[in-house]
Design a protein around this ligand. Structure first.
Ligand SMILES: [Zn+2]
Ligand SMILES: [Zn+2]
Ligand SMILES: [Zn+2]
Length: 322
């Protein structure tokens, strides 16, 4: 270790007594150890919690993230900051995971919910106090980006990031709200995403040709453009008028469509879909219209909630750890 590095090494004994709040930022360079690793006498919050009194329901998560209805408890939210909150439970609870959803009554009516990663914390009534940080599996469960479908290129389909059955269970409790996120047309066989283009009504092929027609104004004759071509000029095959000028003497018209593959002929083409996943080709009107369901959570905004609670006294420091 170089002398310069040695000078940066601090220990708790050597540090000034009031340096506890900042020692986590000091890093010892050189030997890979940090002072952060040393045991701290107390955890210190960057954002002190404010006292509130709000009725709440705590719904713990089972290991599969579904609601643990057996361990659901009424509670009173007693403190809140942008980082976490504390609650007093109506009765003790033995959690299976450290993740809970908290549904909080708003002062003006309605409710909001949030996901809490519960921290074990000693207190005056350890059995009834529950506190933690906003984060963990319950927080992820309510994250908007995990509640709406997204297109997964490898599957060529819209997929919900979390199992629909799981989200339905939370919707049944009212924590999530189901809504129609979008509607898409998909393959009737495999529900994959198709591409769409115009094609033959009979076989769906895009290899088609359209007749070019000429309408001679003077004699009202309509015929194939090829039949008007004669010796490098346009001559009407009916009335024999020569040197026809487009716009003044005639107009071009579009004729029937003819398929190169099956020789079907029709005035119009169909909109034809081809599944990008299973390659099924089908008329557009046979496509399956799929409703894509998303979910919405009325998520807690701690600052807005505190503002709606009015002025509240700061919580006594150290009453609960984050
Ligand atoms: Zn003519
Ligand atoms: Zn065809
Ligand atoms: Zn398909």
């Amino acid at each position: 270790m170089s002398p310069a590095t040695e000078e940066q090494v601090l220990t708790l004994e050597e540090s000034p007594p009031n340096s506890r709040d900042t020692f986590v930022d000091l890093i010892v360079i050189g030997d890979g150890e940090t002072i952060h690793d040393m045991p701290a006498p107390h955890a210190v919050r960057a954002n002190p919690r404010r006292g509130i009194q709000a009725p709440a329901v705590v719904i713990p998560l089972l290991p599969d993230c579904s609601p643990d209805l057996v361990r659901r408890r009424h509670a009173i939210a007693v403190d809140l900051s942008v980082e976490g909150m504390g609650l007093k439970l109506e009765s003790p609870v033995d959690l299976l995971t450290q993740d809970v959803v908290v549904v909080l009554d708003k002062p003006g009516g309605g409710f909001v919910c949030t996901g809490l990663a519960v921290c074990d914390e000693p207190g005056e009534t350890p059995d009834l106090h529950l506190g933690g940080r906003f984060g963990g599996a319950a927080h992820d469960l309510l994250d908007p980006k995990n509640l709406t479908p997204s297109f997964v290129a490898s599957q060529l389909a819209y997929v919900l990031p979390q199992p629909a059955a799981l989200l339905e269970r939370w919707a049944e409790l009212g924590v999530l709200e189901r809504f129609t996120w979008d509607r898409v047309h998909v393959c009737p066989r495999c529900e994959g995403m198709p591409s769409f283009r115009r094609g033959c009504q009979a076989c769906g092929s895009a290899r088609v040709t359209q007749d070019r027609l000429i309408h001679h104004y003077a004699c009202a004759h309509v015929g194939f453009a090829a039949d008007f071509e004669s010796g490098g000029e346009l001559v009407c095959p009916k009335c024999r008028t020569r040197r026809l000028v487009v716009g003044a003497d005639f107009e071009h018209l579009r004729g029937r469509q003819t398929c190169f593959d099956c020789h079907w002929s029709a005035p119009e083409l169909d909109l034809v879909a081809q599944c990008l996943r299973c390659q099924l080709r089908f008329p557009c009107h046979q496509a399956l219209e799929l409703e894509l369901v998303g979910y919405h959570a009325h998520r807690l905004d701690p600052l807005a909630f505190l503002a709606s609670c009015g002025r509240a006294a700061p919580v006594r420091p150290g009453s609960a750890a984050n």
